[in-house]
Design a protein around this ligand. Structure first.
Ligand SMILES: Nc1ncnc2c1ncn2[C@@H]1O[C@H](COP(=O)(O)OP(=O)(O)OP(=O)(O)O)[C@@H](O)[C@H]1O
Ligand SMILES: [Mg+2]
Length: 267
């Protein structure tokens, strides 16, 4: 039996196809996964990514018993059988990789969220979401990378190789961008600006985590978990090692697919 999860985020769309299996306690194996850009047309993005995931798994749409959509665009995925919130899907996806996790931090393109997991039920008991402001999100980092004319992928190495930092005082994306442009104009070393930016994003995330109360182990997911500079800054400030899934950007879709399989089996 196959299932599919589709996560329509503000920046990226992912599809994961699972097949039921009794090899381990997860009861599934991953047949394929695809990560693509969402763009302006959710319907087309979801269809293209779904079709790519089908071809990669070498199966047809009719082979899939249940399709669940999640993410901010979940209600616009007409090929899905149902949709489930991001909090539930992320929790399910992360717990399938790290069953011991107590706190999940997901940093995506337009929002960041913290989810607390109940140690007995293994279900989300509380969460906080920052979706009103771009600061502390992947989009903030994308805007700053552009202003600095440095690839986002280079931020991790800069974080590791640079000792000093320039404090970025503006928290608003627009003001922070002007601040950076002005610092560059004054000839400040861009690497020190990057280091300051990474700590400022880490501070925003940690203040959100602290409001919920941090409980270890902590997992980090979302595309921003691929930015080793952010990982390093958060780990340093929280003084803990973060658990990062093998592909941190697909956990929402993975959780949706795992729930789709569970529902299909119980029907
Ligand atoms: N290889 C990479 N290196 C560094 N950062 C990356 C990389 N890939 C993605 N990102 C970051 O991940 C962000 C997108 O994350 P993600 O795909 O989780 O967002 P999303 O799910 O579409 O958004 P949301 O959940 O907020 O709706 C980008 O804005 C970028 O900052
Ligand atoms: Mg997301």
């Amino acid at each position: 039996m196959y299932s599919c999860g589709i996560d329509i985020g503000s920046v990226s769309t992912e599809a994961v196809i699972l097949k039921d299996s009794d090899i381990d306690e997860k009861n599934f194996e991953i047949c394929s996964y695809i990560i693509g850009r969402t763009g302006s047309d959710i319907k087309t993005a979801s269809e293209n990514i779904f079709n790519d995931a089908l071809s990669m798994a070498k199966i047809k749409k009719e082979d899939i018993r249940n399709i669940i959509a999640t993410g901010y665009g979940r209600k616009n995925v007409s090929l899905a059988d149902r949709n489930i919130t991001e909090i539930t899907c992320h929790a399910s996806g992360v717990l399938s990789v790290f069953p011991e996790v107590k706190t999940i931090i997901d940093i995506g393109g337009q929002d960041s969220k913290v989810i607390k997991i109940d140690r007995l039920t293994k279900k989300p008991i509380d969460f906080l979401m920052n979706d009103k402001c771009a600061a502390g999100t992947g989009r903030f980092l994308e805007v700053m990378a552009k202003a600095l004319d440095i690839e986002l992928e280079a931020f991790g190495k800069i974080f590791a190789d640079t000792n000093e930092r320039i404090e970025i005082t503006s928290t608003c994306t627009v003001f922070a961008e002007s601040e950076i442009v002005s610092l560059i104009g004054h000839g400040v070393d861009k690497r020190k600006i990057v280091k300051g930016l990474l700590y400022s994003v880490a501070d925003r995330i940690i203040s959100m985590v602290s409001r919920l109360g941090i409980e270890e182990p902590v997992a980090l997911t979302g595309g921003v978990a691929k930015n080793s500079g952010i990982v390093g800054a958060i780990e340093e400030k929280l003084d803990t090692r973060l658990l990062i899934p093998f592909e941190p950007q697909i956990t929402g879709a993975l959780g949706a697919a795992a729930l789709a399989l569970k529902i299909a089996k119980s029907e």
